[in-house]
Design a protein around this ligand. Structure first.
Ligand SMILES: [Zn+2]
Length: 197
């Protein structure tokens, strides 16, 4: 698709989503109240940039409901961690969810290195490498471990060390649109896996 056509699609889509012309998720009242009273998102979601894993759509949420931090492979950089700190310290979101997914192309790339890439992408893949090693190169398992590694990275960051109870992990299945499990920390700060619902 030519770039100009892609831009036109965004313009047309935004026009259709204008207040009063669409769903309650973007109603004029909601937009007005979010602008005047500020945002109070009830969850912060760290997820992959993958176009099939948009948290606002997957969790059927409205504007203002979810503070979203996205990077390919649902990894956190220092900047991402800063966004997370802002969400919890300033916006007081009571829950952090690391949402990975099946068929993650970024994890797959980390499992099968060899293509030349520039330093920025290499740095991102390097964040996933420990999970790949632990998984013996199996993409599916590496996705699971990568979710846990991001959870542990959050817990290791000073502002969150005393709050393991707000940190969760989950995995979305892009083939069935189901969420496969929920991960959380137990009282000994070990990760336990349970059913999502
Ligand atoms: Zn992905």
């Amino acid at each position: 698709m030519p770039t100009e056509e892609a831009l036109e699609r965004l313009r047309a889509g935004h026009k259709r989503s204008k207040p009063d012309a669409c769903t309650p998720a973007t109603s004029q009242d909601l937009i007005r109240s979010l602008a005047s009273e500020g945002q109070h998102p009830f969850a912060t979601v760290i997820t992959c940039s993958d176009s099939r894993v948009a948290p606002e759509i997957l969790f059927h949420c409205r504007l203002g409901d979810i503070f979203t931090i996205r990077a390919a492979g649902n990894v956190l950089s220092d900047i991402g961690m800063g966004s997370l700190e802002y969400a919890v310290d300033h916006l007081h979101t009571p829950l952090i969810l690391v949402l990975g997914h099946t068929g993650c192309g970024t994890v797959q790339s980390a499992c099968h290195p060899g293509h030349h890439c520039h330093p920025a992408l290499q740095a991102l893949l390097d964040k996933i490498t420990p999970a790949v090693r632990k998984a013996g190169g199996q993409t599916d398992l590496a996705e699971d471990i990568n979710i846990e590694n991001t959870m542990r990275e959050i817990l290791a960051y000073a502002p969150f060390q005393a709050h393991p109870e707000i940190i969760f992990g989950a995995k979305y299945d892009i083939r069935t649109s189901e969420i496969l499990y929920l991960k959380s920390f137990d009282s000994a700060h070990q990760i336990v896996t349970s059913a999502w619902a």
